[in-house]
Design a binder for this molecule. Sequence first.
Ligand code: HEM
Ligand SMILES: *[C@@H]1O[C@H](CO)[C@@H](O)[C@H](O)[C@H]1NC(C)=O
Ligand SMILES: *[C@@H]1O[C@H](CO)[C@@H](O)[C@H](O)[C@H]1NC(C)=O
Length: 337
Amino acid sequence: MARQVFDVSPVLVMWVLLLNLCLFFPNKASSAQLRQNYYANTCPNVEKIVRGVVTQKFQQTFVTVPGTLRLFFHDCFVQGCDASVMIASTSSNTAEKDNPINLSLAGDGFDTVIKAKAAVDATSGCTNKVSCADILAMAARDVVALAGGPSFAVELGRLDGLSSTSSSVNGNLPLPTFDLDKLTSMFASHGLSQNDMIALSGAHSVGFSHCNQFANRIYSYSTKSQVDPSINKSYVGQLQSMCPKNVDPRIAINMDPNTPRTFDNMYYKNLQQGEGLFTSDQVLYTDTRSRPTVNLWASNPTSFNNAFAAAMINLGRVGVKTGSQGNIRRDCSVFNS
Ligand code: HEM
Ligand SMILES: *[C@@H]1O[C@H](CO)[C@@H](O)[C@H](O)[C@H]1NC(C)=O
Ligand SMILES: *[C@@H]1O[C@H](CO)[C@@H](O)[C@H](O)[C@H]1NC(C)=O
């Protein structure tokens, strides 16, 4: 038995090793296709065109920022960064965006991508050359910079996915009740590190949350205590007054109580004060394993900006579709017929 192993040719062994590498690191293998300036020959001004539309939309409404950023995150975590989140439901298929776990994705995020796609397609030479997935990745990069966050070079070359189902969302997105281990393993399942997770959570420096997402922390935390002991006492008071019991479920509040319209490192300073909105936010400080990173980024905005930019690039590589796995959609919300 053992003898046979020694008879295998070294060339075959090499091939088996290579094949194994490809199977174990599928993200890495496909992300190799992504690169900066991917459209240099087909649509050289694409980044300028997208930035122009995003800037115009940003001037109309700030919700563009959190809406687009969260859309990118959810797109990448469900079936990879392939614009599957953009697909509208039909009579025969409930799409990702309508999963009942209530993504409550802001319409302005979708609108930003659709407007940018229209502007790209209206440019001679660019028509049907740029994927919706890449437009979303560019727009997510642009909104962060517009709100005062870091700017970085975006990698492109994603194709748009060929499927979008409500059921594919289940188990692929983190919940606001998650503890550190659950957050870390959820991000690891998408090929992202704990550092990436802590950095990307800084996106909660902008945007809104509906009251039901954290009601458990301010009213019925456990049978022993009415309030989550890790929340700052005066912050609880503010939250209770903005989100009384039986509040209109459409009411949403700022996730960063201090600088809600600036993409900055205030998120981490808030955590140090017990002002993280969700359990999944505050736990990054209460858990001593992630606290040093929170403290670092609370005191060093440059270090946070660098980590966030790097983590966004990693997020953009998740489950990228290439070759026959995708195409370039004509309408971002409908599969090509
Ligand atoms: C770490 C685990 C995460 C959890 C548990 C989580 C959970 C949530 C929840 C529950 C909301 C409120 C939704 C609502 O009530 O409408 C929210 C909002 C938001 N999340 Fe996260 N999130 C996480 C990570 C991220 C990441 C990685 C990003 C982007 C890089 C992100 C970006 C946003 C933004 C921008 C909003 C505001 C959306 C808006 O104002 O329309 N989140 N998140
Ligand atoms: C989900 O959103 C719909 C309306 O968009 C609302 O009627 C429903 O109560 C929400 N479900 C949960 C669990 O929040
Ligand atoms: C609660 O927040 C206030 C105001 O931000 C701050 O002065 C105080 O130190 C915080 N308390 C705790 C326990 O973090």
